[in-house]
Design a protein around this ligand. Structure first.
Ligand code: FAD
Ligand code: AMP
Length: 471
């Protein structure tokens, strides 16, 4: 039986990063993944590269150009006529981006001498894994440490069973080869809003049904309120307090029945995307036989060093819940590898950046104003609008705001919230500042290039002390 110091199950951003870091630290490591392409070739990179972060951003970028041509080119003095959208070509580009990056992960694993094994892994004992290969053969491996990084999969709801044709999940929503005339989306979370933006920019009439009464409850309220207004103005029909009861397909149309308060309403759409969250993917791992504890929702329970209830078995990434984000899983992968190599390591969960890639983008790190209030923290806020930034006007994207939440007594930065162009990039400054335990006063005194969008961060920090210059 092949022996390894570390066996990683799953080659998503948590698993492959953990495997590479283990190898860098001199550990003998195998990384197993079951995802293959239509020709049976391994597809590494997990959800993120294959059906998540990367393909969604490829489509968001393509359609952002469409939005620019339709809504802004004219104001730049650019007359564009006869624009034709070739959706299959757009999809081909997206697939190429994915293929390139998947190939990149394979090269990285090879370069670091990680043994990549294609097949479905399941525990046969706490330190033994059986891999079932696609052709029917199987192989047993023994590992001193085993890391479960098996990720997550879309939640399905009985009310709207996915058929892969008219009713799809996030994976299907990335694959449409023509623009649906009327598109329904269940769930106004990150995925629902991103997919809604893609297809709405291409001309779909998009209706998003969200069960909760509040829009983007996890974001800062000032940002979510403003984002709601902007997205609705862009054409997304976001209906809050609407719980989907039933979706039925007949003659290529989907009839969606939903309740809002005491009334029942219905909607007819050509395609329906179910985007109601993700659940841990643990099927076939035999966790119960081993006694690996999971919580009520099936997420694997781990201690502060990512060890499960079974000694020598660890879990990282989406399968343990928390922020189900690629970069969170990768950081856990690195930290765990370092612990397994007898080093010390830590993940700063408090300042994980969150991004929603609508346009304008929505990004935040740290606490919201409401969280500070609920925890009884005495705080101050500084808000600065993109409308007051020269660079934002030059770009033609002057919607949105920066908001900094600072501790009123210590002046430490507690949270930063951005709604605006390139918020996904701008939020990094906030992470650096919070991780470096900076004061809002530090940001207020640091020179930011002019004209740049980052000046908004500087001005928001000044605004915490009531001394913004340009607003
Ligand atoms: P995964 O990426 O899910 O990888 C797990 C891997 O394990 C899979 O390849 C699977 O095949 C394999 N596996 C599972 N069980 C077994 C088994 N028994 N044997 C062998 N292999 C197995 N996050 C962001 O940070 N930014 C974004 O912009 C973003 N956009 C997203 C957009 C969409 C549409 C979706 C669906 C997700 C998005 N996410 C985004 C979330 C992100 O994709 C996940 O947080 C991330 O992929 C989790 O990484 P992971 O390694 O834990 O698991
Ligand atoms: P996220 O977890 O960020 O992907 O968001 C999923 C969203 O779907 C949440 O905001 C849920 O409230 C919403 N949701 C879940 N079930 C339903 C349902 N039956 N009808 C409408 N919205 C739902």
């Amino acid at each position: 039986m092949q022996q390894y110091e570390v066996i990683v199950v799953g080659a998503g951003p948590a698993g492959y990063v953990c495997a590479i870091r283990c190898a860098q630290l001199g550990l003998k490591v195998a990384c197993i993944d079951k995802r293959v392409d239509t020709r049976g070739k391994p597809k590494l990179g997990g959800t993120c590269l294959n059906v998540g972060c990367i393909p969604s951003k490829a489509l968001l970028d393509s359609t952002h150009h469409v939005q620019f041509i339709n809504e802004q080119a004219g104001t730049h003095g650019l007359k564009v006529s006869g624009l034709e959208v070739d959706v299959p070509a757009m999809q081909k580009r997206k697939d190429h981006v994915v293929r390139t990056l998947v190939g990149g992960v394979a090269s990285l694993l090879k370069k670091n001498k990680v043994d990549v094994i294609s097949g479905t892994a399941g525990f046969i004992a706490p330190q033994k894994i059986r891999v079932d290969h696609a052709g029917g053969a199987s192989q047993d491996l023994q590992g001193k440490h085993i890391v479960i990084a098996s990720g997550s999969e879309p939640v399905d709801i009985q009310a709207a069973p996915v058929d892969g044709d008219c009713i799809v999940d996030s994976t299907g929503a990335l694959e449409f080869h023509e623009v649906p005339l009327r598109l329904g989306i269940i769930g106004a979370g990150v995925i629902g809003l991103e997919m809604g933006s893609v297809w709405s920019r291409l001309g779909s009439e998009v209706v998003i049904l969200e069960a909760l009464p509040e829009f983007l409850a996890m974001a800062d309220q000032a940002v979510s309120k403003e984002a709601f207004k902007i997205l609705v103005k862009q054409g997304l029909d976001i209906r809050l307090n609407c719980k989907v009861q039933e979706a039925r397909t007949s003659s290529d149309k989907v009839q969606v029945v939903y309740s809002t308060g005491n009334t029942e309403q219905s909607l007819e759409v050509d395609k329906l995307i179910v985007a109601v969250g993700r659940r841990p993917h643990t099927e076939g791992l035999n966790l119960d036989d081993l006694g690996i504890k999971t919580d009520q929702k099936g997420f694997i329970e781990v201690d502060s060093h990512w060890e499960t209830s079974v000694k020598g078995v660890y879990a990282i990434g989406d399968v343990i819940g928390g922020a189900m984000l690629a970069h969170k899983g990768s950081e856990e992968g690195v930290a765990l590898a370092e612990l397994l190599a007898d080093q010390s390591a830590h993940v700063s969960y408090e300042s994980i950046p969150w991004v929603i890639y609508t346009w304008p983008e929505i990004a935040w790190a740290g606490r919201t104003e409401r969280q500070c209030k609920e925890s009884g923290i005495d705080y101050r806020t500084g808000v600065f609008p993109f409308m007051a930034l020269g660079r934002a006007h030059a770009m033609g994207h002057a919607e949105g705001m920066f908001k900094i939440v600072g501790d009123a007594s210590t002046d430490r930065i507690l949270g930063v919230h951005i709604l605006g162009p390139n918020a996904s990039e701008l939020i990094s400054e906030a992470v650096v500042a919070m991780e470096s335990e900076l004061y809002t006063e530090d940001l207020a005194r640091m020179i930011h290039a002019h004209p740049s969008l980052a000046e908004g961060m500087h001005e928001a920090a000044l605004a915490v002390g009531g001394r913004a210059i340009h607003f």
